[in-house]
Design a binder for this molecule. Structure first.
Ligand SMILES: *Cc1c(COP(=O)(O)O)cnc(C)c1O
Length: 370
């Protein structure tokens, strides 16, 4: 049996890509906001239903630059249940992360617990739309408004997600996307910041290009985080196929849910009414006592059959050496996150995954439980 991994990148037809490469070979513009960059930026904004997008070389640099854009300092409230880059972006800005627990339904930052963590040093909240499920955006905005805080969403999982026909990226002050190979939409590596006014877009564009405003003026200590023309051309093509790719993910997700519905001690996440989902991951939560074996034992069993899921997100960011010493990293402060991180297991999901393989995975899981 060939191995099956948790994900496999989606690629556009090669011949269509070589056509675009020929144009790059002809015009010899490789980077610095060339024609593909401009076209892709506009096409993405239209597709996602947002006003302004600034393309980046990856999501992590976009997160770091988002914090620079709003001059965030001091302390930022964030979640320990995410990919480590969320917190690293704060660290690279000299900001102290303050971890707040997640809610049990979607493992997103628990809005009810934010207020208690606010101090005079708090300047912003950085929540994550984990697995593409929107955070409690209205509650979070209310708290931010009451305390004068900025909100920057790590929306790296949330490409194409909508709440009542409105892009999830339209909430908060800024949202950040990743177009890494493993994401629902990829430009091999890549990312973006979404903002809501032209002035902010201009500032972001300066910051990602060393702080240059025109030829001679440097207005800020910027970084180099520009997306190049090859990636932008690739992204333009990917955009043609992404709806199809998400539709295939949805079918896989539905088959998993149907097949695993009656498994004792295993739970899946529900869809949220009014939300258009994008199915980036398929997390299941294993309650060892009722399921029969632990999450790690299930992982080992699947591995022995060449089936490779992933324990996203385990360990919690708060347990990595850099962050472990923070007061807010104390497990007693994060009971829900501590429980979820031990239970979660992400099953393989990607557009080209065969439904027969999904069934095979489900049969194995069913035989593993009691
Ligand atoms: C992928 C990801 C990032 C980092 O994005 P890169 O493009 O890989 O730098 C940050 N946060 C979350 C939640 C992610 O999933």
């Amino acid at each position: 049996m060939k191995p099956i991994f948790v994900t496999q990148p989606f690629l556009p037809p090669l011949d269509e890509f070589t056509e675009l490469l020929k144009q790059i070979w002809d015009n010899k513009i490789l980077t610095n906001s060339g024609p593909f960059h401009k076209e892709f930026e506009q096409a993405l904004a239209d597709f996602l239903g947002v006003k302004y997008i600034s393309l980046f070389s990856n999501g992590t640099l976009a997160l770091i630059t988002a914090l620079q854009t709003l001059k965030i300092t001091g302390e930022v409230i964030t979640t320990p249940f995410s990919f480590v880059a969320t917190t690293h972006a704060l660290w690279w800005n000299g900001i102290k992360p303050v971890f707040v627990d997640v809610e049990p339904d979607f493992c997103n930052l628990d809005a009810e617990k934010i207020e208690a963590a606010i101090t005079p040093q708090t300047t912003a909240i950085m929540p994550v739309h984990v697995y593409g499920n929107p955070c409690q955006v209205d509650k979070i905005q209310k708290i931010a408004d009451a305390y004068g805080l900025k909100v920057i969403y790590d929306a790296c999982h949330a490409f194409g997600v909508q709440i009542n026909d409105n892009s999830v990226l339209n909430f908060g002050d800024l949202s950040v996307l990743s177009f890494h190979a493993t994401k629902v939409f990829n430009t091999i590596e890549g990312g973006a910041i979404i903002c809501h006014d032209e002035k902010t877009k201009t500032r972001i564009d300066f910051l990602k290009n060393f702080g240059y405003d025109g030829e001679l003026r440097v207005v800020a200590p910027g970084i180099n985080a520009k997306m190049n023309e090859v990636q932008a051309a690739f992204g333009l093509l990917q955009l043609k196929y992404v709806e199809q790719a998400i539709a295939k993910r949805k079918i896989i997700c539905e088959l998993y849910k149907e097949s695993l519905a009656d498994v004792k001690g295993l739970s899946c996440q529900n869809e949220i009414p009014g939300v258009k989902h994008n199915y980036p991951y398929f997390p299941v939560f294993i309650d060892e006592k009722n399921f029969g074996i632990s999450r790690d034992e299930l992982n080992d069993l699947l591995k022995s059959h060449q089936l490779f899921g992933r324990r996203y997100f385990y360990p919690l960011i708060s347990q990595f050496p850099t962050y472990k010493g923070l007061a807010s990293s104390n497990p007693a402060n994060l009971p829900v996150a501590e429980l979820k991180t031990k239970q979660v297991f992400c099953l393989p999901i990607y557009p080209d995954l065969e439904l027969s393989d999904v069934s095979r995975i489900c049969e194995l899981i069913k035989s593993a439980g009691k």
